[in-house]
Design a protein around this ligand. Structure first.
Ligand code: SF4
Length: 302
Protein backbone atom coordinates (compact mmCIF):
# COMPACT_ATOMS: atom_id res chain seq x y z
CA UNK A 1 0.00 0.00 0.00
CA UNK A 2 1.31 3.42 -0.91
CA UNK A 3 1.48 5.95 1.92
CA UNK A 4 1.34 9.65 1.08
CA UNK A 5 2.76 11.91 3.81
CA UNK A 6 0.85 15.18 3.78
CA UNK A 7 2.77 18.38 4.48
CA UNK A 8 2.45 20.49 6.49
CA UNK A 9 1.40 18.20 9.34
CA UNK A 10 2.00 17.95 13.08
CA UNK A 11 3.41 20.50 15.53
CA UNK A 12 2.80 24.16 14.68
CA UNK A 13 4.99 26.97 15.98
CA UNK A 14 2.57 27.77 18.84
CA UNK A 15 2.81 24.21 20.14
CA UNK A 16 6.58 24.06 19.70
CA UNK A 17 6.92 27.29 21.72
CA UNK A 18 4.58 26.04 24.48
CA UNK A 19 6.45 22.74 24.85
CA UNK A 20 9.82 24.52 24.79
CA UNK A 21 8.70 26.95 27.49
CA UNK A 22 7.37 24.16 29.74
CA UNK A 23 10.59 22.15 29.42
CA UNK A 24 12.71 25.22 30.10
CA UNK A 25 10.68 25.93 33.26
CA UNK A 26 11.06 22.30 34.38
CA UNK A 27 14.84 22.44 34.01
CA UNK A 28 15.27 25.74 35.85
CA UNK A 29 16.29 24.96 39.45
CA UNK A 30 15.26 28.48 40.53
CA UNK A 31 11.61 27.96 39.63
CA UNK A 32 9.55 27.15 42.77
CA UNK A 33 8.13 23.61 42.96
CA UNK A 34 5.69 21.98 42.43
CA UNK A 35 5.02 23.02 38.83
CA UNK A 36 1.51 22.70 37.38
CA UNK A 37 0.00 23.19 33.95
CA UNK A 38 -3.53 24.63 33.95
CA UNK A 39 -5.15 22.09 31.60
CA UNK A 40 -3.32 19.99 29.00
CA UNK A 41 -0.39 22.03 27.64
CA UNK A 42 -1.66 21.08 24.19
CA UNK A 43 -4.42 18.56 23.56
CA UNK A 44 -2.28 15.47 23.28
CA UNK A 45 -1.80 12.75 25.92
CA UNK A 46 1.74 11.98 24.70
CA UNK A 47 2.78 15.61 25.17
CA UNK A 48 1.22 15.57 28.66
CA UNK A 49 3.15 12.41 29.58
CA UNK A 50 6.32 13.97 28.21
CA UNK A 51 5.93 16.82 30.73
CA UNK A 52 4.98 14.42 33.54
CA UNK A 53 8.36 12.74 33.06
CA UNK A 54 9.91 16.15 33.91
CA UNK A 55 7.76 16.33 37.06
CA UNK A 56 5.29 18.84 35.62
CA UNK A 57 1.78 17.99 36.77
CA UNK A 58 -1.25 18.60 34.56
CA UNK A 59 -4.49 19.77 36.19
CA UNK A 60 -7.42 18.83 34.03
CA UNK A 61 -11.19 18.47 33.93
CA UNK A 62 -12.66 21.85 34.84
CA UNK A 63 -12.67 25.54 33.99
CA UNK A 64 -9.31 27.30 34.24
CA UNK A 65 -10.59 29.28 37.25
CA UNK A 66 -11.55 26.06 39.07
CA UNK A 67 -8.25 24.40 38.19
CA UNK A 68 -6.33 27.38 39.55
CA UNK A 69 -7.97 26.78 42.95
CA UNK A 70 -6.16 23.42 43.06
CA UNK A 71 -2.73 25.05 42.79
CA UNK A 72 -1.17 25.36 46.26
CA UNK A 73 0.25 28.69 47.46
CA UNK A 74 3.88 29.25 46.49
CA UNK A 75 3.69 26.87 43.51
CA UNK A 76 4.37 27.57 39.83
CA UNK A 77 1.67 27.47 37.18
CA UNK A 78 1.96 27.40 33.39
CA UNK A 79 -0.90 28.72 31.21
CA UNK A 80 -1.43 26.61 28.10
CA UNK A 81 -1.22 27.49 24.39
CA UNK A 82 -5.04 27.94 24.39
CA UNK A 83 -4.82 31.08 26.55
CA UNK A 84 -6.63 32.04 29.76
CA UNK A 85 -9.12 34.73 30.71
CA UNK A 86 -8.05 37.93 32.49
CA UNK A 87 -9.83 36.60 35.60
CA UNK A 88 -7.44 33.64 35.79
CA UNK A 89 -4.43 35.95 35.47
CA UNK A 90 -5.87 38.30 38.08
CA UNK A 91 -6.49 35.50 40.61
CA UNK A 92 -3.01 34.06 40.05
CA UNK A 93 -1.53 37.52 40.69
CA UNK A 94 -3.64 38.00 43.83
CA UNK A 95 -2.32 34.70 45.18
CA UNK A 96 1.26 35.63 44.15
CA UNK A 97 1.66 32.37 42.24
CA UNK A 98 4.65 32.09 39.91
CA UNK A 99 3.22 32.10 36.42
CA UNK A 100 4.50 31.35 32.93
CA UNK A 101 2.26 32.10 29.96
CA UNK A 102 2.55 29.74 26.96
CA UNK A 103 -0.43 31.28 25.13
CA UNK A 104 0.08 31.11 21.35
CA UNK A 105 0.56 34.59 19.84
CA UNK A 106 -2.29 33.84 17.42
CA UNK A 107 -4.64 33.32 20.36
CA UNK A 108 -3.38 36.48 22.06
CA UNK A 109 -4.21 38.36 18.85
CA UNK A 110 -7.88 37.34 19.20
CA UNK A 111 -7.91 38.40 22.88
CA UNK A 112 -6.56 41.82 21.90
CA UNK A 113 -9.11 42.16 19.11
CA UNK A 114 -12.00 41.40 21.49
CA UNK A 115 -10.68 43.89 24.06
CA UNK A 116 -10.33 46.64 21.46
CA UNK A 117 -13.72 46.02 19.89
CA UNK A 118 -15.48 46.02 23.27
CA UNK A 119 -13.71 49.28 24.14
CA UNK A 120 -15.00 50.72 20.84
CA UNK A 121 -18.58 49.86 21.82
CA UNK A 122 -19.04 46.61 19.91
CA UNK A 123 -20.59 43.39 21.14
CA UNK A 124 -18.93 40.18 20.01
CA UNK A 125 -20.18 37.02 18.36
CA UNK A 126 -17.49 34.41 18.97
CA UNK A 127 -17.60 31.30 16.77
CA UNK A 128 -16.02 28.40 18.65
CA UNK A 129 -16.39 24.98 20.22
CA UNK A 130 -18.42 24.74 23.44
CA UNK A 131 -16.40 23.42 26.37
CA UNK A 132 -13.01 24.08 24.73
CA UNK A 133 -10.51 26.16 26.76
CA UNK A 134 -9.73 28.62 23.95
CA UNK A 135 -13.26 30.15 23.84
CA UNK A 136 -13.30 30.15 27.65
CA UNK A 137 -10.17 32.32 27.75
CA UNK A 138 -11.01 34.61 24.82
CA UNK A 139 -14.61 35.22 25.89
CA UNK A 140 -13.38 36.27 29.33
CA UNK A 141 -12.01 39.45 27.68
CA UNK A 142 -15.56 40.84 27.28
CA UNK A 143 -18.03 41.71 30.04
CA UNK A 144 -21.07 39.40 30.41
CA UNK A 145 -23.82 40.30 27.94
CA UNK A 146 -21.35 41.73 25.41
CA UNK A 147 -20.20 38.39 23.94
CA UNK A 148 -22.03 35.26 22.75
CA UNK A 149 -20.62 31.87 21.76
CA UNK A 150 -21.89 30.36 18.51
CA UNK A 151 -21.08 26.73 17.64
CA UNK A 152 -23.98 25.74 15.38
CA UNK A 153 -26.57 27.24 13.06
CA UNK A 154 -29.13 26.74 15.86
CA UNK A 155 -27.02 29.02 18.07
CA UNK A 156 -27.18 31.71 15.38
CA UNK A 157 -30.99 31.55 15.44
CA UNK A 158 -30.92 32.07 19.21
CA UNK A 159 -28.79 35.26 19.15
CA UNK A 160 -30.70 38.09 20.76
CA UNK A 161 -28.69 41.23 19.99
CA UNK A 162 -30.95 44.14 18.96
CA UNK A 163 -30.88 44.76 15.16
CA UNK A 164 -28.63 47.84 15.16
CA UNK A 165 -26.14 46.73 17.84
CA UNK A 166 -22.55 47.29 16.62
CA UNK A 167 -21.28 43.72 16.25
CA UNK A 168 -17.96 42.06 15.51
CA UNK A 169 -17.73 38.39 14.57
CA UNK A 170 -14.56 36.57 15.51
CA UNK A 171 -13.47 32.93 15.76
CA UNK A 172 -11.49 30.26 17.55
CA UNK A 173 -8.15 29.60 15.81
CA UNK A 174 -8.58 25.88 15.10
CA UNK A 175 -11.98 25.60 13.40
CA UNK A 176 -12.91 24.17 10.02
CA UNK A 177 -12.64 26.99 7.49
CA UNK A 178 -15.66 25.71 5.59
CA UNK A 179 -18.03 25.30 8.56
CA UNK A 180 -16.94 28.67 9.89
CA UNK A 181 -17.71 30.34 6.57
CA UNK A 182 -21.25 28.90 6.76
CA UNK A 183 -21.71 30.18 10.31
CA UNK A 184 -20.38 33.64 9.39
CA UNK A 185 -22.83 33.77 6.45
CA UNK A 186 -25.70 32.82 8.76
CA UNK A 187 -24.75 35.48 11.31
CA UNK A 188 -24.44 38.12 8.58
CA UNK A 189 -27.82 37.19 7.24
CA UNK A 190 -29.29 38.11 10.64
CA UNK A 191 -26.92 41.04 11.27
CA UNK A 192 -25.78 42.39 7.86
CA UNK A 193 -23.63 45.11 9.43
CA UNK A 194 -21.59 42.76 11.63
CA UNK A 195 -17.82 43.11 11.02
CA UNK A 196 -15.98 39.87 10.29
CA UNK A 197 -12.59 39.08 11.85
CA UNK A 198 -11.80 35.49 10.92
CA UNK A 199 -9.07 34.34 13.30
CA UNK A 200 -8.52 30.77 12.10
CA UNK A 201 -4.72 30.56 12.26
CA UNK A 202 -2.48 29.98 9.28
CA UNK A 203 -1.21 26.66 10.68
CA UNK A 204 -4.78 25.33 10.84
CA UNK A 205 -5.69 26.63 7.39
CA UNK A 206 -2.60 25.15 5.74
CA UNK A 207 -3.09 21.72 7.34
CA UNK A 208 -6.76 21.64 6.29
CA UNK A 209 -6.07 22.75 2.72
CA UNK A 210 -3.24 20.22 2.31
CA UNK A 211 -5.43 17.39 3.70
CA UNK A 212 -8.34 18.22 1.38
CA UNK A 213 -6.03 18.40 -1.66
CA UNK A 214 -4.22 15.13 -0.86
CA UNK A 215 -7.52 13.35 -0.17
CA UNK A 216 -8.48 13.64 -3.86
CA UNK A 217 -5.82 11.08 -4.84
CA UNK A 218 -6.14 8.48 -2.08
CA UNK A 219 -8.62 5.94 -0.71
CA UNK A 220 -8.52 7.23 2.84
CA UNK A 221 -6.87 9.84 5.06
CA UNK A 222 -5.49 8.87 8.46
CA UNK A 223 -5.32 11.79 10.92
CA UNK A 224 -3.00 11.29 13.88
CA UNK A 225 -4.24 13.27 16.85
CA UNK A 226 -5.72 13.13 20.31
CA UNK A 227 -9.51 12.72 20.61
CA UNK A 228 -9.60 16.07 22.47
CA UNK A 229 -7.63 17.93 19.81
CA UNK A 230 -10.01 20.32 18.08
CA UNK A 231 -7.77 20.82 15.04
CA UNK A 232 -7.29 17.03 14.59
CA UNK A 233 -11.05 16.43 14.69
CA UNK A 234 -11.55 19.26 12.20
CA UNK A 235 -9.04 17.61 9.82
CA UNK A 236 -11.19 14.45 9.77
CA UNK A 237 -14.27 16.57 9.23
CA UNK A 238 -12.91 18.59 6.29
CA UNK A 239 -11.68 15.46 4.50
CA UNK A 240 -15.12 13.88 4.86
CA UNK A 241 -17.24 16.95 4.16
CA UNK A 242 -15.14 18.89 1.65
CA UNK A 243 -13.13 16.18 -0.17
CA UNK A 244 -15.89 13.54 0.30
CA UNK A 245 -13.33 10.89 1.20
CA UNK A 246 -13.20 8.56 4.24
CA UNK A 247 -11.02 9.73 7.11
CA UNK A 248 -10.17 8.26 10.48
CA UNK A 249 -8.51 9.77 13.55
CA UNK A 250 -6.08 7.64 15.54
CA UNK A 251 -4.30 8.61 18.75
CA UNK A 252 -1.29 6.43 17.94
CA UNK A 253 -0.23 3.28 16.12
CA UNK A 254 -2.16 1.17 18.69
CA UNK A 255 -5.48 2.48 17.32
CA UNK A 256 -4.87 1.27 13.74
CA UNK A 257 -7.14 -1.55 12.63
CA UNK A 258 -5.63 -3.77 9.87
CA UNK A 259 -9.11 -4.44 8.47
CA UNK A 260 -9.56 -0.79 7.47
CA UNK A 261 -6.87 -1.08 4.80
CA UNK A 262 -7.56 -4.50 3.20
CA UNK A 263 -8.88 -3.12 -0.08
CA UNK A 264 -6.84 0.09 -0.19
CA UNK A 265 -4.06 0.98 -2.60
CA UNK A 266 -3.21 4.46 -1.34
CA UNK A 267 -3.69 6.20 1.98
CA UNK A 268 -2.55 9.65 3.11
CA UNK A 269 -1.38 10.58 6.60
CA UNK A 270 -1.60 13.92 8.35
CA UNK A 271 -1.42 14.99 11.99
CA UNK A 272 -3.00 17.65 14.16
CA UNK A 273 -0.83 20.57 15.23
CA UNK A 274 -0.56 19.15 18.75
CA UNK A 275 0.64 15.68 17.69
CA UNK A 276 4.29 14.85 18.48
CA UNK A 277 6.34 13.83 15.42
CA UNK A 278 7.39 10.46 16.85
CA UNK A 279 3.72 9.43 17.28
CA UNK A 280 2.97 10.23 13.62
CA UNK A 281 6.17 8.48 12.56
CA UNK A 282 5.00 5.29 14.30
CA UNK A 283 1.74 5.38 12.34
CA UNK A 284 3.51 6.01 9.02
CA UNK A 285 5.97 3.15 9.61
CA UNK A 286 3.13 0.75 10.45
CA UNK A 287 1.21 1.73 7.31
CA UNK A 288 4.28 1.43 5.09
CA UNK A 289 4.96 -2.07 6.41
CA UNK A 290 1.29 -3.09 6.17
CA UNK A 291 0.62 -6.35 4.34
CA UNK A 292 -2.92 -7.76 4.62
CA UNK A 293 -1.49 -11.28 4.37
CA UNK A 294 -0.01 -10.78 7.85
CA UNK A 295 -3.45 -10.22 9.34
CA UNK A 296 -5.88 -13.16 8.98
CA UNK A 297 -9.35 -11.98 8.06
CA UNK A 298 -11.77 -12.05 11.01
CA UNK A 299 -14.73 -14.43 10.53
CA UNK A 300 -17.12 -11.46 10.15
CA UNK A 301 -15.24 -10.31 7.00
CA UNK A 302 -14.88 -13.69 5.29
S1 SF4 B 1 -2.97 25.73 16.06
FE1 SF4 B 1 -2.67 27.90 15.55
S2 SF4 B 1 -3.43 29.01 17.34
FE2 SF4 B 1 -3.14 26.89 18.00
S3 SF4 B 1 -1.08 26.83 18.85
FE3 SF4 B 1 -0.89 26.30 16.67
S4 SF4 B 1 -0.45 28.25 15.58
FE4 SF4 B 1 -1.25 28.73 17.63
Amino acid sequence: MEVLKITPRGYCYGVVDAMTMAKRVARDPNVPRPIFVLGQIVHNQHAVEDLESLDIRTLDGGSRVDLLDQVPDGATVIFTAHGVSPEVKHRARQRRLNTFDATCPDVTKTHTLILEKVRDGYSIIYIGTKGHPEPEGAMGEAPPGRIELVSTLDDVALLSFAPHTPLAITTQTTLSQWDTADLIDAVQERYPNAEVHNEICLATQMRQEAAVKAAQDVDMVVVVGDRRSNNSNRLVEVVEKVAHKPAVRVGSVEDLNPDWFRSMDRVAVTAGSSTPTQVTRGVIQWLEAYDPANYPKPASLT
